[in-house]
Design a protein around this ligand. Sequence first.
Ligand code: SF4
Ligand code: SF4
Length: 388
Amino acid sequence: MAINPFAEAVASIIETGGEALKTCYQCGLCTATCPWNLVREFLVRKIIHTGQIGLLLEVGDEENWLCATCGACVARCPRGVEIIEIWRAIRRIAIEHNAAPKALRTVLSGIKAQGNPWNDTRDNRDKWAVDLGIDSALTEEHSELVYFPCCTPIYDQKARRIATSTVSLLKKAGVDFGVLGAAESCCGESVRKLGSEDLFQNLARANIKALEMRSVKKILVSSPHCYHTFVHEYPELGGAFEVLHSSQFFLQLLEEDKLAINRPYPKKVAYHDPCYLGRHNSIYDEPRKILASIPELELLELPDNREDALCCGGGGGKIWMETKKEERLSNLRVDQALKMNAEVLALACPYCMLNFDDSVLAMGKGDVLEVKDITEILDIVTGEGHHG
Ligand code: SF4
Ligand code: SF4
């Protein structure tokens, strides 16, 4: 479906939040920066130009759903164009015209009905906590600190490792915490990036209500996506909480001697900066400090690191969409780690974990490269507990 006439297309992008469209002066740095061009053609500048002059905007175009919102182009744009906002606006129009890909429509209706994107029920949402022996009564009690694991570790068995190691560390450090259980919903960060604004706002309001009912002051998150939306987006809807990513929280516990490292980890570890932890939120040092404090661990820096980190390809809702094998950005990252002879690819994001795990397996490298969240490594070197 195409939206025309020209002026109408531009106006609707601007109306739906794509004001940034006007400031682009077509230098093309965004196209040169976008990682998709390492695996396929993605002419970001040209698409922005198309929108600017109001040329036929194909709302059903597959390219409208390609951007992983990694932020690399935004960081380099000399005009400060909020390119992600343009994609968000285009997607919002596509959703209004019922032109989102079918698979995505299914994910979004699952989130609307059950509060999660993984085709599972809300009733199963606290199963992970019960499995880990967290007293389910805690879910009803008031708690200053809540651990909000993200839908991915809750419902995906592979990513469950992140919640398991996080809870193990919390117990070792004697931290008093609660969980929201079935009252928790998807944080909505990727939902918003997909242009589904009403759904995002409903999710955010439901979470804010659940947190406020339990007098929560502080939220511990495993996902940089949850972190991002809690810090930058929930306050505009009235939800103001102190938010800490696990890398910040556990570094603090180490520095306060509430958690003690008592084992070496004699491996070469390459740390991958998740886009929403690094580029979007400037949290680069905490994960590295944790890894650097572990005896015998050799910390390696991948070629594209910190501000220049290569995206895993999972943001912006991409984690819920199929990406062709030959177009997986995560394969490139795994390849970089392998070339450095890393034994472990360490990360701090559930989306990165799913993508890198898949790539390592698909590339047949499971015997030489492990993929681990930093909490998993920390759990191993802090003695008893879960050793994944
Ligand atoms: S880098 Fe910025 S100014 Fe240059 S083409 Fe892209 S959006 Fe436009
Ligand atoms: S945010 Fe990342 S994936 Fe999206 S257009 Fe920019 S560079 Fe490409």
